[in-house]
Design a protein around this ligand. Sequence first.
Ligand code: ATP
Length: 195
Amino acid sequence: MLSIGITGGIGSGKSTVCRVFRTLGIPVFQADLVARRLQDEDPAIRKSLTGLFGPEIYTENGTLNRKKLAGIIFSDHQELETVNNVVHPAVHKEFNNWKKQMAHYPYVLYEAAILFETGSANTFDYTILVIADENERMERVMKRDQITAEAILMRMKNQMNDAEKILLADYIIENNDNQLIIPQILKLDQILKSK
Ligand code: ATP
């Protein structure tokens, strides 16, 4: 069974692409969702984040104050890296346990907003990159999340740009408005199943 990392910048449509793979029967591990759960629940991660940013990094009801953390990490690259180093090993551990139950599938997807940035891309058999033009990504996210262009730009700045990632990825899915993703996904599914 192959492990495939799939990534793409904010608003590129990686979750949309993963939904299509899921309808083809391919299991998808949503790393960002698991990271969120672990940040709320895992005692070792809570301890590390509290140690780094003080107890007020958690809200009164015990969940991570994501707005506060985003304010810190998206304006300070070093802090972002520190938090990634705390959270990513735990997420990978969960992925490896999850994968054991998926051994009968031809391949599984690990969906994450950052993959090449953390060096974790090397742990997969292949990688898929979803790309779309920056202005389209911006429009989609503004419509989806009701956040400002400035806030989106700040997040984009913390992600590697598409030109750099294209050089590192094994497969590319183009998801601009004028491109159909389903034929690209069906073709890739066939390729991966034949590996
Ligand atoms: P993020 O990293 O921010 O979670 P993402 O890469 O997972 O983003 P999606 O959530 O899949 O991106 O897509 C962003 C928004 O754009 C969603 O509202 C989605 O429905 C929409 N979208 C994705 N692909 C297309 C497309 N080809 N045409 C129009 N809208 C699209």
